[in-house]
Write a protein that binds this ligand. Structure first.
Ligand SMILES: *Cc1c(COP(=O)(O)O)cnc(C)c1O
Length: 433
């Protein structure tokens, strides 16, 4: 499969080039030339298949031309070694729990898949060590680090801002050891990102080291997110609720929802999508006005959605030929304040005894307000509430049980290298490796 850039100013790329480069040379996002529909008999019998079987069929449509069948199957099965259950919250609203992976957030799916696919390309090319640089404000670092943990031929450097990530988040990427190194930067998230970008542009560094990025716009992180939309549909079908399915996605950079839109293009019978925003409602405003106006992000309690210029908006536009009418036919939007998010968490805990995290709360509320008669709603519960312990406990006024997996991280010993935000220091460190 060939990939083109959404900016249409860069040469086409193979899957391998798209995965290793991440971003096209013209700064556009890679898109596959075709999105293959899956046959009707697949949809007819989808409820008899396992999550791994379903995911492999979807992966084959995306990557089957470029990766041998047995290898691809292995990658998919290794990636999805945890379940994504559909859990009933109200009579017609279901939660797709994406937090049963190693770091308790949906980013595990893309992170684990990308690590394994990159590992395959490295072995195939006989490349020596590849170094993955990733800047994080919290969740991405842990999903990427844990996804790549122990993958041969790859070393991961996680750059994070000192004192600006929660203790739980920090532990998830500083306690791993092996092929993961955490670099604690005396600066902000933007400083970390600037260091990574400068490293990619530095000629001397790139002559010495094979560098690559694992940010969320990478096709190997983005496309595998389609897997669980198909599995959600299969679970709805099993309980006789697959007609008129509405899927609601708590959205920040819009990678997650875009993978769902790809699924629909492959024939997945989803009636419509809802993108739930917090106060960073650039997409919501676009739906209302037809004008896309990025603006600086503001901090909210659903912090993984604090994005002021969603990078995957370019993919949404491209998918619908730039048509605002086509986009707003298939996707609607909502926007919620911190107070509304907190109120939703409190009420849902009280009335349904279901504990939402602040991101999932936006999704649940959008369905509660926007579902029409005869529709069944599924919202993506993107992270476990215990990842936002203080916020969640403060809102519901009760202690929250911490899953064993998260506890295990908290018991580990933090190991990180302190570094200034000066590129010269970062560069000399990388050159000394
Ligand atoms: C990353 C993240 C989101 C936003 O997903 P996008 O693909 O960026 O839209 C939502 N919730 C949680 C918990 C996340 O970590």
């Amino acid at each position: 499969m060939k990939y083109y850039s959404t900016n249409k100013q860069a040469p086409d790329a193979s899957l391998e080039e798209a995965v290793v480069k991440g971003l096209a040379a013209d700064k556009g996002l890679f898109m596959p030339y075709s999105i293959k529909p899956l046959p009707q008999d697949f949809y007819d019998s989808i409820d008899t298949l396992s999550f791994q079987e379903i995911a492999y069929r979807v992966a084959d449509a995306f990557f089957g031309e470029d990766v041998p069948a047995e290898t691809l199957k292995q990658i998919v099965y290794d990636t999805l070694n945890f379940d994504v259950p559909l859990v009933k919250v109200t009579e017609d609203i279901y939660s797709l729990e994406l937090f049963h992976g190693p770091t308790l957030a949906f980013k595990d799916v893309g992170g684990r898949f990308m690590a394994r696919l990159l590992g395959y390309f490295i072995r195939k090319e006989g490349k020596k060590q590849v170094n993955v640089l990733v800047a994080t404000s919290g969740d991405t670092g842990s999903a990427v680090a844990n996804g790549f943990l122990g993958v041969e031929g790859i070393h991961v450097y996680v750059l994070y801002p000192k004192g600006k990530v929660s203790e739980i988040q920090e532990k998830q990427f500083t306690t791993l050891g092996q092929n993961i190194t955490a670099l604690e930067i005396d600066g902000t998230f933007d400083d970390c990102q600037a260091l990574v970008k400068s490293a990619f542009m530095d000629k001397e560094l790139n002559e010495h080291l094979q560098l690559t990025s694992a940010n969320s716009i990478n096709v190997a992180r983005f496309l595998p997110q389609a897997f669980y939309y198909f599995y959600a549909y299969a679970q709805l079908k099993k309980i006789g609720k697959a007609n008129n399915a509405v899927i609601c996605v708590p959205s920040g950079n819009f990678g997650n929802i875009t993978a769902g839109l790809f699924g629909k293009r492959m024939g997945l019978p989803v009636k419509r999508f809802i993108a739930a925003n917090n106060r960073n409602d650039i997409f919501y405003q676009y739906l209302q006005t037809g004008v896309y106006t990025p603006r600086p992000s503001i901090a909210t309690i659903a912090n993984a959605m604090d994005v002021g210029d969603p990078s995957n908006f370019a993919r949404v536009l491209d998918l619908y030929g730039g048509s605002h009418a086509a986009i707003s036919t298939e996707i609607s939007g909502t926007t919620y304040t911190n107070e509304q998010i907190a109120e939703t968490m409190r009420e849902t805990w009280k009335e349904c005894h279901y504990l939402l995290d602040p991101h999932g709360a936006c999704g649940f509320r959008a369905l509660k307000e926007g579902l029409k008669p005869g529709e069944t709603g599924v919202f993506l519960e993107t992270a476990h509430p215990a990842k936002f312990l203080e916020t969640v406990e403060g809102i519901i006024g009760e202690t929250v049980e911490i899953p064993a997996k998260l506890k295990a991280f908290m018991q580990g010993e933090k190991q990180s290298l302190s570094m200034t935000k000066e590129f010269a220091d970062f560069k000399s460190y990388l050159l000394s490796l």
